[in-house]
Design a binder for this molecule. Structure first.
Ligand code: SAM
Length: 256
């Protein structure tokens, strides 16, 4: 007679079946999958990302020009994932009517302190915001969209809240970059845990020019790469930030 395996034996007794089921249910309860938004909130509530203006723009020397902080006086500017408000403050200081949104309480609090009354800071999930259609002239975001597993929804929101002809300027992490390679050489498969402020888990997607174009399709974008410290000459090929710029199509204009 064939021997019964240990699993079958355990499950043959009704009490044991109940116990095994209980164990399974318990495991499901204690290890729920966290959403990308919860991971982001937990990560930055534990370790907020706060840099002085001096530190930020010496760490990212290209950012002041590329973000166009000086170029939107009088315009309605929306920053997605404004963090602790450093970039938001630059837009406001140069005369923009600036609004920043974020989902993490500690960042929102630090952003409000930093910008004072010069800009509006709103708690919102950038996948679905309460702003009216066509209500901004310029939408900017640095280092945020790659933390979402639903970037298509964010792009749809960018195009909804921008006025026709309004421009966007979006910065995401690049797959083909010196930094990704360096971290991978240092930490192997777990390298993504060593990208942000702490090693607590956070969702990170890496983009290529082609995947960014697919994300914004059918809207056409221009792409540049930045940041390859200390080998800045390599930035156009191996930079850590991919910057996508483009405009919301004007209805009736066949040029997307
Ligand atoms: C790496 S930080 C960057 C913050 C800021 N842009 C900067 O460069 O310092 C990412 C930010 O995105 C925010 N974030 C992530 N997912 C979000 C979402 N779905 N809605 C709103 N904010 C989000 C996080 O709360 C965090 O403040």
């Amino acid at each position: 007679m064939a021997k019964r395996g240990p699993t079958k034996k355990i499950l043959s007794h009704p009490f044991r079946v109940a116990r095994a089921t209980k164990v399974t249910i318990y495991c499901l309860v204690v290890t729920p999958q966290k959403s990308a938004v919860s991971l982001a909130q937990d990560h930055w509530n534990e370790t907020p990302l706060y840099l002085s203006e001096e530190d930020r723009y010496s760490t990212y020397p290209w950012l002041y020009r590329v973000a166009e902080f000086r170029e939107h006086p009088g315009e309605r500017v929306l920053e997605l994932g404004c963090g602790t408000g450093c970039d938001l403050l630059q837009f406001a200081n140069h005369g923009a009517i600036a609004t920043g949104v974020d989902i993490t309480d500690s960042h929102l609090e630090l952003a409000r302190k930093r910008v004072g009354g010069t800009a509006t800071v709103v708690k919102a999930d950038i996948r679905s915001m309460d702003f009216e259609d066509n209500s901004f002239d310029y939408v900017y975001s640095h280092g945020v969209i790659h933390h979402s597993n639903e970037p298509k929804k964010i792009v749809a929101e960018i195009l909804r809240v921008l006025r026709p002809g309004g421009r966007f300027n979006i910065h995401v992490y690049a797959l083909y970059s010196y930094f990704a390679l360096w971290r991978w050489l240092q930490y192997g498969r777990r390298w993504k845990f060593y990208v942000e402020n702490s090693t607590s888990e956070v969702h990170i997607d890496l983009y290529t020019g082609a995947s960014l174009r697919r994300l914004f399709h059918p809207v056409r974008i221009q792409i540049r790469k930045y940041q390859a410290k200390p080998f800045e000459l390599l930035a156009p090929a191996l930079g850590w930030y991919l910057v996508a710029t483009g405009s919301k199509p004007v209805i009736g204009n066949s040029e997307l």
